[in-house]
Structures are given as structure tokens and as C-alpha cells.
Design a protein around this ligand. Structure first.
Ligand code: PAN
Ligand code: ZN
Length: 198
């Protein structure tokens, strides 16, 4: 039988916006989708009551979810904070745990917070031109510490990876990125306190 192959294709990433010129999925994650993620729950509810703002957007090209494929697209994380904690993505493990991901930073400043099920953690700074390799087995969350600009990254991961949000949603990451004296600081999840209590 003759094999029908997909044709090669290209797309452009518009900067400063970060949108792909051609895409199949556009996801807008709003504040309302992130209840329980930020440490300052009171401030979260106040902000949500005022407006259900969009925190981040993902543009993705649809590819078959098979191991030979590479899913890719752009992630646009807007600047802001909930209390002293910077806007961030939900973060996830891949459903097929042993799958990696590559991020290339196009614009903005941030951090990638990562951890393994075995208890290891890592935080890498994201700045334009930097490539970050997230090895198999590491949950990953991006954080925008830039203050005013969007954090725009291009990502690529295996087609069969899938997403597992459950454990991060219920337990969070071991480390949070907060603003202290105008600068980003990585703190232990357990040590976090609302500003007034410190
Ligand atoms: C990225 C992320 C994207 C949004 O495409 O999915 O940055 O973050 P959340 O999926 O955690 O909401 C990726 O890591 N894909 O595997
Ligand atoms: Zn991922």
C-alpha cells in the first residue's frame, strides 16, 4: 500500500504578540480557571470579583498524538501578580511521564519552575534567546517576572506526551516565585505567608 505523507509546512510567529500565523487551537486561560493555584487566596478572590482577566494564551498546531510527531506552538503569559506571586501557568507533568520538552524564549523575562516526582526541583531563568530543555519526568510551570511585557515562548514536545494537571493542581509545586523588594525570589511553598502576616 502506498503511504500518504503529510507535506512539510511553515508558520510565522508574530512579535510582540506571539500568535502563530496558522494554528488549530487557541487556549485562553483566565483567572477563574486558576482557583487554588495562587498562595494568596483572599487576594485571588478580590481580583476575580473585579474582573476575570486572561492570564495566558497558547497557540498550538494540531498533530496526531503519536510518538513520532512533535506538537509545537507558542505560549503567551501576561504580566501581573496575585498578591506578591507572579502570574504563572498551571503547570503539569506529561501524562507519559518520560517525555521531554524544549522551550525557546522569544520575548520577556521569567522563570521555569520544575520538579520531579522523586522530590528534586529546579528553577531556570527565562530570557530572550535562551533554550530550555525540560528532561523527561519533570513537571514544568512558566512564571512571568518581567513586570510589563508578555513572556513569549515557543515549545516542542512529543505527540504522545499528553498532560497530567492533577497532582500539581492538588499539591502545587515545592517552590513559588514571588516579588520581594521589587525583585523575583524563589521561596518554599510551605514558607509562603500573606504580606500582612510577615
Ligand atoms: C506548554 C504549556 C503551556 C501552558 O504548551 O501547555 O505553556 O501551560 P499549562 O499547560 O501548564 O497550562 C507545554 O508545556 N506543553 O506540554
Ligand atoms: Zn509540557
Amino acid at each position: 500500500m502506498e503511504h500518504t505523507r503529510d507535506k512539510p509546512f511553515t508558520a510565522e510567529i508574530a512579535l510582540p504578540g506571539g500568535a502563530l500565523s496558522a494554528y488549530d487551537n487557541h487556549t485562553l486561560r483566565r483567572l477563574s480557571a486558576m482557583r487554588g493555584y495562587f498562595a494568596d487566596a483572599e487576594r485571588y478572590e478580590q481580583m476575580l470579583a473585579a474582573s476575570d482577566i486572561g492570564l495566558y494564551e497558547v497557540y498550538e498546531l494540531h498533530r496526531p498524538e503519536s510518538s513520532g510527531e512533535l506538537l509545537h506552538g507558542t505560549s503567551i503569559l501576561h504580566p501581573g501578580k496575585v498578591g506578591d506571586e507572579y502570574f504563572m501557568t498551571k503547570g503539569h507533568f506529561h501524562a507519559v511521564l518520560e517525555t521531554a520538552e524544549v522551550y525557546y524564549v522569544l520575548q520577556g523575562q521569567g522563570m521555569m519552575v520544575m520538579e520531579t516526582p522523586e522530590g528534586d526541583w529546579a528553577v531556570e531563568e527565562l530570557c530572550p534567546g535562551r533554550v530550555l530543555y525540560v528532561p523527561p519526568g519533570w513537571a514544568h510551570r512558566s512564571v512571568n517576572t518581567g513586570g510589563e511585557a508578555d513572556l513569549i515562548t515557543f515549545f516542542v514536545y512529543p505527540g504522545h506526551a499528553g498532560h497530567d494537571y492533577g497532582s500539581i493542581e492538588s499539591q502545587g509545586f515545592r517552590k513559588r516565585v514571588v516579588e520581594r523588594d521589587g525583585k523575583p525570589r524563589v521561596v518554599d511553598k510551605a514558607r509562603w505567608r500573606p504580606q500582612e502576616e510577615r
